[in-house]
Design a protein around this ligand. Sequence first.
Ligand code: AMP
Ligand code: ZN
Length: 359
Amino acid sequence: MKKIYTLAIDTSCDDTSVAVLCNDRVLANIVSSQIDIHKGWGGVVPNLAKRAHQEMIDSCVDLALKRSGLKDIKKINVIAVTYGPGLAPALEVGVSKAQELALKNNIPLVAVNHMEGHALSVFLKNKVGKNYAKLPSDINKTKFPLLALLVSGGHTELVLVEDFGKYKIIGQTLDDAAGEAFDKIGRMLGLGYPAGAVIARFAEKGNRNAYKLPRPMEHSKNYDFSFSGLKTACLYQTNDLKKELGEKGFAKIIPDYCASVEEAIVDSLIGKTVKAIKEYKPKMLVLGGGVVVNKRLRAKLRKALKALNIPIYFPDKQFCQDNAAMIGLAGYLKFLRGEIVKDIPLLQRKPSLGIEDDN
Ligand code: AMP
Ligand code: ZN
Protein backbone atom coordinates (compact mmCIF):
# COMPACT_ATOMS: atom_id res chain seq x y z
CA MET A 1 0.00 0.00 0.00
CA LYS A 2 1.25 3.48 -0.84
CA LYS A 3 2.52 5.44 2.13
CA ILE A 4 0.70 8.73 2.70
CA TYR A 5 2.19 11.04 5.31
CA THR A 6 -0.33 13.39 6.93
CA LEU A 7 0.42 16.38 9.15
CA ALA A 8 -2.68 17.19 11.21
CA ILE A 9 -3.58 20.23 13.31
CA ASP A 10 -6.35 20.64 15.88
CA THR A 11 -6.91 23.90 17.78
CA SER A 12 -10.67 23.59 18.22
CA CYS A 13 -10.80 24.28 21.95
CA ASP A 14 -8.18 24.35 24.69
CA ASP A 15 -5.54 21.92 23.41
CA THR A 16 -2.96 22.80 20.76
CA SER A 17 -2.33 19.51 18.98
CA VAL A 18 -0.25 18.49 15.98
CA ALA A 19 0.22 14.93 14.74
CA VAL A 20 2.04 13.13 11.97
CA LEU A 21 0.59 9.90 10.57
CA CYS A 22 1.68 7.39 7.98
CA ASN A 23 -1.65 6.17 6.60
CA ASP A 24 -3.58 5.14 9.77
CA ARG A 25 -0.44 4.85 11.93
CA VAL A 26 0.41 7.55 14.44
CA LEU A 27 4.07 8.53 14.19
CA ALA A 28 3.75 11.49 16.56
CA ASN A 29 0.93 13.15 18.47
CA ILE A 30 1.80 16.34 20.37
CA VAL A 31 -0.76 17.87 22.72
CA SER A 32 -0.12 21.11 24.56
CA SER A 33 -2.87 21.50 27.15
CA GLN A 34 -4.16 24.88 28.29
CA ILE A 35 -6.02 23.58 31.34
CA ASP A 36 -3.89 25.59 33.76
CA ILE A 37 -4.71 28.81 31.87
CA HIS A 38 -8.49 28.30 31.99
CA LYS A 39 -8.85 26.55 35.36
CA GLY A 40 -9.25 29.72 37.37
CA TRP A 41 -12.00 31.01 35.05
CA GLY A 42 -14.26 27.98 35.44
CA GLY A 43 -14.32 27.33 31.69
CA VAL A 44 -12.44 27.95 28.46
CA VAL A 45 -11.89 31.67 27.71
CA PRO A 46 -11.82 31.94 23.88
CA ASN A 47 -9.32 34.80 23.56
CA LEU A 48 -6.92 33.30 26.08
CA ALA A 49 -7.19 30.02 24.15
CA LYS A 50 -6.37 31.84 20.90
CA ARG A 51 -3.28 33.47 22.38
CA ALA A 52 -2.00 30.21 23.84
CA HIS A 53 -2.57 28.41 20.49
CA GLN A 54 -0.61 31.17 18.71
CA GLU A 55 2.22 30.82 21.20
CA MET A 56 2.43 27.03 20.94
CA ILE A 57 1.50 26.11 17.37
CA ASP A 58 4.93 26.48 15.71
CA SER A 59 6.78 24.50 18.36
CA CYS A 60 4.07 21.78 18.22
CA VAL A 61 4.52 21.50 14.42
CA ASP A 62 8.31 21.31 14.79
CA LEU A 63 8.14 18.76 17.59
CA ALA A 64 5.62 16.55 15.75
CA LEU A 65 7.84 16.48 12.65
CA LYS A 66 10.91 15.74 14.75
CA ARG A 67 9.26 12.95 16.79
CA SER A 68 7.77 11.38 13.66
CA GLY A 69 11.28 10.90 12.32
CA LEU A 70 10.36 12.74 9.09
CA LYS A 71 11.97 16.00 10.24
CA ASP A 72 11.31 17.80 6.96
CA ILE A 73 7.81 19.05 6.08
CA LYS A 74 8.58 18.41 2.40
CA LYS A 75 7.97 14.69 3.08
CA ILE A 76 4.34 15.38 4.05
CA ASN A 77 1.76 14.41 1.39
CA VAL A 78 -1.30 16.11 2.91
CA ILE A 79 -2.12 18.60 5.66
CA ALA A 80 -5.34 18.03 7.62
CA VAL A 81 -6.89 20.68 9.83
CA THR A 82 -9.96 20.94 12.03
CA TYR A 83 -12.21 23.69 10.61
CA GLY A 84 -15.15 23.10 13.00
CA PRO A 85 -16.96 22.71 15.30
CA GLY A 86 -15.20 24.62 18.05
CA LEU A 87 -14.39 28.08 19.36
CA ALA A 88 -13.99 30.53 16.48
CA PRO A 89 -10.86 32.34 17.76
CA ALA A 90 -9.21 29.00 18.57
CA LEU A 91 -10.09 27.33 15.23
CA GLU A 92 -8.70 30.34 13.35
CA VAL A 93 -5.18 29.69 14.61
CA GLY A 94 -5.06 26.11 13.32
CA VAL A 95 -6.76 26.93 10.02
CA SER A 96 -4.41 29.80 9.20
CA LYS A 97 -1.32 27.78 10.18
CA ALA A 98 -2.48 24.91 7.96
CA GLN A 99 -3.14 27.30 5.06
CA GLU A 100 0.29 28.88 5.50
CA LEU A 101 2.10 25.51 5.57
CA ALA A 102 0.10 24.10 2.64
CA LEU A 103 0.70 27.14 0.41
CA LYS A 104 4.34 27.61 1.33
CA ASN A 105 5.25 23.96 0.73
CA ASN A 106 2.76 23.23 -2.05
CA ILE A 107 0.98 20.45 -0.10
CA PRO A 108 -2.74 19.61 -0.53
CA LEU A 109 -5.02 20.65 2.34
CA VAL A 110 -7.96 18.70 3.75
CA ALA A 111 -10.56 20.30 6.08
CA VAL A 112 -11.77 17.96 8.80
CA ASN A 113 -14.80 17.98 11.07
CA HIS A 114 -13.60 17.61 14.68
CA MET A 115 -16.49 15.24 15.55
CA GLU A 116 -15.59 13.00 12.61
CA GLY A 117 -12.16 12.77 14.21
CA HIS A 118 -13.70 11.63 17.51
CA ALA A 119 -15.90 9.10 15.68
CA LEU A 120 -12.87 7.54 13.97
CA SER A 121 -10.43 7.63 16.88
CA VAL A 122 -10.81 3.89 17.60
CA PHE A 123 -9.26 3.14 14.20
CA LEU A 124 -5.86 4.65 15.06
CA LYS A 125 -2.83 2.39 15.04
CA ASN A 126 0.57 2.80 16.66
CA LYS A 127 3.88 3.14 14.79
CA VAL A 128 4.19 -0.59 14.21
CA GLY A 129 0.61 -1.04 13.02
CA LYS A 130 -1.08 -2.31 16.17
CA ASN A 131 -4.58 -0.95 16.63
CA TYR A 132 -4.81 0.87 19.97
CA ALA A 133 -8.45 -0.09 20.53
CA LYS A 134 -7.84 -3.76 19.67
CA LEU A 135 -10.10 -3.78 16.62
CA PRO A 136 -9.87 -7.23 15.06
CA SER A 137 -9.78 -6.25 11.39
CA ASP A 138 -8.11 -3.66 9.22
CA ILE A 139 -9.76 -0.28 8.63
CA ASN A 140 -10.49 -1.11 4.97
CA LYS A 141 -12.40 -4.25 6.01
CA THR A 142 -14.75 -2.28 8.28
CA LYS A 143 -18.35 -3.41 8.03
CA PHE A 144 -21.06 -0.75 8.13
CA PRO A 145 -23.20 0.67 9.61
CA LEU A 146 -21.48 1.50 12.85
CA LEU A 147 -22.98 3.41 15.70
CA ALA A 148 -20.80 6.08 17.30
CA LEU A 149 -21.51 7.51 20.73
CA LEU A 150 -19.63 10.81 20.98
CA VAL A 151 -19.50 12.35 24.42
CA SER A 152 -17.44 15.42 25.19
CA GLY A 153 -17.57 18.77 26.96
CA GLY A 154 -19.40 20.33 24.02
CA HIS A 155 -21.23 17.43 22.34
CA THR A 156 -23.34 14.39 23.10
CA GLU A 157 -24.35 12.62 19.91
CA LEU A 158 -25.39 9.23 18.63
CA VAL A 159 -24.17 9.03 15.04
CA LEU A 160 -24.94 6.33 12.51
CA VAL A 161 -21.82 5.83 10.39
CA GLU A 162 -23.02 4.44 7.05
CA ASP A 163 -19.53 4.62 5.56
CA PHE A 164 -16.40 6.68 6.20
CA GLY A 165 -17.52 10.21 5.39
CA LYS A 166 -21.24 9.36 5.60
CA TYR A 167 -22.79 10.30 8.91
CA LYS A 168 -26.32 10.64 10.23
CA ILE A 169 -27.06 12.08 13.65
CA ILE A 170 -29.83 9.96 15.14
CA GLY A 171 -29.78 11.53 18.59
CA GLN A 172 -28.17 14.46 20.35
CA THR A 173 -28.43 16.56 23.46
CA LEU A 174 -31.19 19.12 23.48
CA ASP A 175 -29.35 21.29 26.00
CA ASP A 176 -26.10 20.60 27.91
CA ALA A 177 -23.53 18.05 26.78
CA ALA A 178 -22.73 15.23 29.22
CA GLY A 179 -19.23 16.62 29.91
CA GLU A 180 -20.77 20.04 30.52
CA ALA A 181 -23.18 18.44 33.02
CA PHE A 182 -20.22 16.88 34.87
CA ASP A 183 -18.44 20.26 34.86
CA LYS A 184 -21.45 22.36 35.94
CA ILE A 185 -22.48 19.97 38.72
CA GLY A 186 -18.83 19.75 39.77
CA ARG A 187 -18.77 23.53 40.13
CA MET A 188 -21.85 23.37 42.41
CA LEU A 189 -19.98 20.85 44.53
CA GLY A 190 -16.87 23.07 44.64
CA LEU A 191 -14.73 20.58 42.74
CA GLY A 192 -13.06 23.00 40.30
CA TYR A 193 -12.84 22.84 36.49
CA PRO A 194 -12.98 20.56 34.59
CA ALA A 195 -14.76 18.32 37.07
CA GLY A 196 -15.53 15.06 35.21
CA ALA A 197 -12.39 13.23 36.31
CA VAL A 198 -12.72 14.52 39.90
CA ILE A 199 -16.36 13.40 40.14
CA ALA A 200 -15.34 10.01 38.76
CA ARG A 201 -12.58 9.65 41.37
CA PHE A 202 -14.92 10.49 44.28
CA ALA A 203 -17.60 8.24 42.79
CA GLU A 204 -15.36 5.19 43.12
CA LYS A 205 -15.69 5.48 46.91
CA GLY A 206 -19.37 6.40 46.99
CA ASN A 207 -22.79 4.77 47.04
CA ARG A 208 -24.44 5.14 43.63
CA ASN A 209 -27.94 4.83 45.09
CA ALA A 210 -27.47 7.32 47.92
CA TYR A 211 -29.31 10.17 46.19
CA LYS A 212 -32.23 9.91 43.86
CA LEU A 213 -31.56 11.89 40.69
CA PRO A 214 -33.57 12.09 37.45
CA ARG A 215 -32.62 10.42 34.17
CA PRO A 216 -34.21 13.04 31.88
CA MET A 217 -35.89 11.79 28.65
CA GLU A 218 -35.42 8.19 29.79
CA HIS A 219 -38.81 7.23 28.40
CA SER A 220 -38.93 9.49 25.34
CA LYS A 221 -39.34 7.67 22.03
CA ASN A 222 -36.37 9.35 20.29
CA TYR A 223 -32.61 9.00 20.84
CA ASP A 224 -32.03 12.51 22.15
CA PHE A 225 -30.44 13.37 25.46
CA SER A 226 -31.03 16.14 27.98
CA PHE A 227 -28.94 17.00 31.02
CA SER A 228 -30.26 20.40 32.12
CA GLY A 229 -33.02 18.82 34.27
CA LEU A 230 -30.42 16.79 36.13
CA LYS A 231 -28.34 19.94 36.64
CA THR A 232 -31.35 21.81 38.08
CA ALA A 233 -32.29 18.89 40.33
CA CYS A 234 -28.70 18.84 41.64
CA LEU A 235 -28.79 22.58 42.29
CA TYR A 236 -31.92 22.34 44.49
CA GLN A 237 -30.79 19.16 46.20
CA THR A 238 -27.27 20.41 47.02
CA ASN A 239 -28.66 23.69 48.38
CA ASP A 240 -31.04 21.74 50.66
CA LEU A 241 -28.30 19.35 51.74
CA LYS A 242 -25.89 22.19 52.55
CA LYS A 243 -28.57 23.82 54.74
CA GLU A 244 -29.36 20.53 56.44
CA LEU A 245 -25.81 19.24 56.95
CA GLY A 246 -23.70 22.39 57.10
CA GLU A 247 -20.51 22.76 55.02
CA LYS A 248 -18.59 20.12 57.01
CA GLY A 249 -21.39 17.59 56.87
CA PHE A 250 -21.86 18.27 53.17
CA ALA A 251 -18.16 17.61 52.51
CA LYS A 252 -18.62 14.13 53.98
CA ILE A 253 -21.32 13.16 51.52
CA ILE A 254 -19.36 14.27 48.40
CA PRO A 255 -18.35 10.70 47.40
CA ASP A 256 -21.98 9.47 47.63
CA TYR A 257 -23.23 12.53 45.76
CA CYS A 258 -20.62 12.16 43.02
CA ALA A 259 -21.44 8.47 42.67
CA SER A 260 -25.15 9.27 42.30
CA VAL A 261 -24.46 12.00 39.71
CA GLU A 262 -22.11 9.80 37.69
CA GLU A 263 -24.67 6.99 37.70
CA ALA A 264 -27.45 9.29 36.47
CA ILE A 265 -25.31 10.59 33.57
CA VAL A 266 -24.02 7.13 32.65
CA ASP A 267 -27.54 5.63 32.76
CA SER A 268 -28.88 8.38 30.49
CA LEU A 269 -26.13 7.73 27.93
CA ILE A 270 -26.52 3.96 28.03
CA GLY A 271 -30.32 3.96 27.90
CA LYS A 272 -30.46 5.78 24.56
CA THR A 273 -27.48 3.93 23.12
CA VAL A 274 -29.04 0.54 23.81
CA LYS A 275 -32.34 1.72 22.34
CA ALA A 276 -30.56 2.91 19.17
CA ILE A 277 -28.65 -0.36 18.84
CA LYS A 278 -31.89 -2.34 18.98
CA GLU A 279 -33.38 -0.19 16.23
CA TYR A 280 -30.40 0.26 13.87
CA LYS A 281 -28.58 -3.02 14.50
CA PRO A 282 -25.05 -1.68 13.86
CA LYS A 283 -22.09 -4.02 13.32
CA MET A 284 -20.34 -2.39 16.28
CA LEU A 285 -20.44 0.50 18.70
CA VAL A 286 -17.50 2.89 18.76
CA LEU A 287 -16.94 5.65 21.26
CA GLY A 288 -15.21 9.00 21.21
CA GLY A 289 -14.74 12.17 23.29
CA GLY A 290 -13.29 13.23 26.61
CA VAL A 291 -16.06 11.71 28.78
CA VAL A 292 -15.38 8.28 27.28
CA VAL A 293 -12.41 7.75 29.62
CA ASN A 294 -15.03 7.35 32.37
CA LYS A 295 -14.55 3.89 33.85
CA ARG A 296 -18.14 3.46 35.03
CA LEU A 297 -19.44 4.29 31.55
CA ARG A 298 -17.06 1.78 30.00
CA ALA A 299 -17.92 -1.01 32.43
CA LYS A 300 -21.71 -0.53 32.28
CA LEU A 301 -21.72 -0.19 28.48
CA ARG A 302 -19.63 -3.35 28.10
CA LYS A 303 -22.11 -5.25 30.24
CA ALA A 304 -25.15 -3.86 28.41
CA LEU A 305 -23.70 -4.67 24.99
CA LYS A 306 -22.61 -8.15 25.92
CA ALA A 307 -26.27 -8.96 26.39
CA LEU A 308 -26.99 -7.58 22.90
CA ASN A 309 -24.02 -9.40 21.35
CA ILE A 310 -22.61 -6.25 19.76
CA PRO A 311 -18.86 -5.53 19.90
CA ILE A 312 -17.81 -2.25 21.47
CA TYR A 313 -14.55 -0.32 21.02
CA PHE A 314 -13.15 2.51 23.11
CA PRO A 315 -10.30 4.77 21.99
CA ASP A 316 -7.06 4.66 23.90
CA LYS A 317 -7.23 7.29 26.67
CA GLN A 318 -4.82 9.65 24.86
CA PHE A 319 -7.22 9.74 21.88
CA CYS A 320 -10.38 10.40 23.94
CA GLN A 321 -9.20 13.90 24.78
CA ASP A 322 -8.79 16.34 21.90
CA ASN A 323 -5.87 15.34 19.70
CA ALA A 324 -4.66 15.88 16.16
CA ALA A 325 -4.02 12.17 15.48
CA MET A 326 -7.76 11.52 15.01
CA ILE A 327 -7.93 14.55 12.67
CA GLY A 328 -5.03 13.08 10.74
CA LEU A 329 -6.85 9.78 10.28
CA ALA A 330 -10.11 11.42 9.17
CA GLY A 331 -8.02 13.68 6.89
CA TYR A 332 -6.12 10.76 5.38
CA LEU A 333 -9.41 8.99 4.51
CA LYS A 334 -10.79 12.22 3.03
CA PHE A 335 -7.62 12.65 0.98
CA LEU A 336 -8.03 9.10 -0.39
CA ARG A 337 -11.58 10.07 -1.41
CA GLY A 338 -10.19 13.12 -3.21
CA GLU A 339 -11.90 15.61 -0.91
CA ILE A 340 -9.22 18.27 -0.82
CA VAL A 341 -9.71 22.01 -0.34
CA LYS A 342 -9.92 23.54 -3.81
CA ASP A 343 -9.07 27.12 -2.96
CA ILE A 344 -6.82 27.06 0.11
CA PRO A 345 -6.90 30.81 0.99
CA LEU A 346 -10.72 30.71 1.04
CA LEU A 347 -11.04 27.98 3.70
CA GLN A 348 -12.86 29.41 6.71
CA ARG A 349 -13.41 28.06 10.19
CA LYS A 350 -16.98 26.90 10.89
CA PRO A 351 -17.62 27.04 14.66
CA SER A 352 -21.04 25.32 14.44
CA LEU A 353 -20.21 22.72 11.80
CA GLY A 354 -22.26 19.53 12.24
CA ILE A 355 -21.00 16.03 11.48
CA GLU A 356 -23.64 15.67 8.75
CA ASP A 357 -22.72 18.99 7.10
CA ASP A 358 -19.79 17.79 5.01
CA ASN A 359 -21.09 14.32 4.04
P1 AMP B 1 -13.49 17.07 25.48
O1 AMP B 1 -14.59 18.11 25.39
O2 AMP B 1 -13.65 15.95 24.53
O3 AMP B 1 -12.12 17.69 25.50
O4 AMP B 1 -13.64 16.39 26.94
C1 AMP B 1 -13.58 17.14 28.12
C2 AMP B 1 -14.76 16.75 29.00
O5 AMP B 1 -14.57 15.41 29.50
C3 AMP B 1 -14.89 17.65 30.22
O6 AMP B 1 -16.24 18.04 30.31
C4 AMP B 1 -14.49 16.76 31.37
O7 AMP B 1 -15.13 17.07 32.60
C5 AMP B 1 -14.89 15.37 30.87
N1 AMP B 1 -14.17 14.28 31.52
C6 AMP B 1 -12.83 14.08 31.58
N2 AMP B 1 -12.55 12.97 32.30
C7 AMP B 1 -13.73 12.45 32.70
C8 AMP B 1 -14.12 11.30 33.47
N3 AMP B 1 -13.22 10.47 33.98
N4 AMP B 1 -15.43 11.10 33.67
C9 AMP B 1 -16.35 11.93 33.14
N5 AMP B 1 -16.06 13.01 32.42
C10 AMP B 1 -14.77 13.27 32.19
ZN1 ZN C 1 -13.34 17.15 21.10
